[in-house]
Design a protein around this ligand. Structure first.
Ligand SMILES: [Zn+2]
Length: 370
């Protein structure tokens, strides 16, 4: 196995992604894809400025006399906080929405509060029934599937769509962005839109029905997008998005605090990325995050290699987090470690919408005017 080890010469993706491919120059498929897609997804400079201006005008026009003209899921993390800052700078009137799945860190909660207080915009909070969410997370750990975070990501997207539809808001401002999150091997996560898969896994391993966690079927999502015309605007794709610059601005404007590392705003996410993924699946997501930053020119490859040499989880923090997470999820150490030893299973071992999505894609292709 060791002999077959290879790492990209441009980024830090390596053969821990089982599907990685290298070209004759030793450059990986992720790098190549990044540059291919960057021109279609990223609009830094004047073009982005112009496009963003057009979008902002459209949003303002659409909801001229209404209280809110757009909606924004505010987690207190860097990306969504920075979008909140930009929205206000552009003179938009966002409704902030915030989902509490029981794991939000104090720092991110405080960040949300500070932004709301300073901007004076409304926030709509929704708290998922903790016992239900706990049961779902336990099911995913028992199922040995790779993407446990799909639960939060799906619920959040469903919650934002539903909140927008309910109020007739057509524009969702998203912190999702190409420059820092486009590189992610297929086998390291799963489609976020698959409510059928969530229900199936819960049915098999869970003890509760899903009532409080927001879910969104492919059909309903299609209805929101095509019939109601709800659009997601990835604001950060239209600007020169530099994470460290953004942090400085947020610190200054909102007294915002950083929680350390991408997506570490939740203790569960930290434990998942720092312990479950590397320990059970051999995945170190730092590789994908750092490779993104290399491709988008925010750090050098050497800096990324240095960063990778650092511990993924400082021992004392791991010990503290592990005790906290296991206790919160109701696993004994023995029970949990036994599950960690179980063979990973594919999400596709359970009912899913992958075939339906492929079918929709084919239909779209046929219907698309050439
Ligand atoms: Zn690469």
């Amino acid at each position: 196995m060791k002999n077959n080890y290879r790492i990209c010469r441009r980024c830090v993706m390596d053969t821990t992604d089982p599907d990685i491919e290298f070209d004759a120059n030793g450059i990986c498929n992720h790098c190549r894809r990044y540059y291919e897609l960057a021109s279609k997804n990223l609009f830094p400079g004047e073009e982005g400025e112009r496009k963003l201006k057009e979008i902002v005008t459209k949003i303002k026009e659409d909801r001229k006399n209404k209280k809110y003209d757009c909606i924004l899921g505010l987690s207190g993390g860097l990306d969504s906080s920075y979008v909140a800052y930009l929205a206000i700078k552009f003179g938009l009137r966002p409704l902030f929405v915030h989902l509490d799945n029981g794991w939000n860190s104090e720092i991110s909660e405080t960040n949300v509060e500070k932004i709301v207080e300073k901007t004076n915009f409304d926030i709509y909070r929704y708290e998922i029934d903790w016992e239900e969410f706990k049961d779902l997370q336990r099911s995913y750990i028992k199922a040995s599937v790779v993407d446990i975070e799909v639960l939060t990501d799906h619920a959040l997207a469903a919650f934002i769509y539903k909140s927008a539809a309910k109020r007739g808001i057509k524009f969702i401002l998203s912190g999702g962005n190409f420059a820092t999150e486009s590189i992610m091997p297929k086998s390291w996560n799963y489609i976020k839109a698959d409510a059928k898969n969530i229900k199936a896994i819960q049915k098999r391993f869970g003890t509760r029905e899903i009532k409080s966690v927001p879910l969104l079927s492919i059909l309903k999502r299609g209805y929101y997008k095509r019939i109601l015309g709800i659009k997601t605007i990835k604001v950060l794709n239209y600007i020169e998005y530099n994470r460290s610059e953004a942090m400085k601005i947020l610190e200054k404007e909102f007294d915002w605090k950083y929680y350390g590392k991408k997506h570490y705003e939740s203790i569960f996410t930290r434990f998942y990325q720092g312990y479950i993924l590397p320990g059970k699946f051999g995945i170190d997501k730092r590789r994908a995050h750092l490779s993104n930053l290399i491709c988008s020119g925010q750090i050098t490859r050497q800096e990324a290699i240095e960063e990778m040499k650092g511990e993924i989880y400082p021992a004392r923090l791991l010990e503290k987090d592990k005790e906290f997470v296991l206790n919160k999820l109701g696993f004994s150490e023995e029970e949990f470690e036994k599950l960690m030893q179980e063979k990973p299973r594919s999400h596709l071992d359970f009912p899913n919408v992958v075939a339906t999505l492929k079918f929709i894609k084919c239909i779209k292709k046929v219907l698309k005017p050439s």
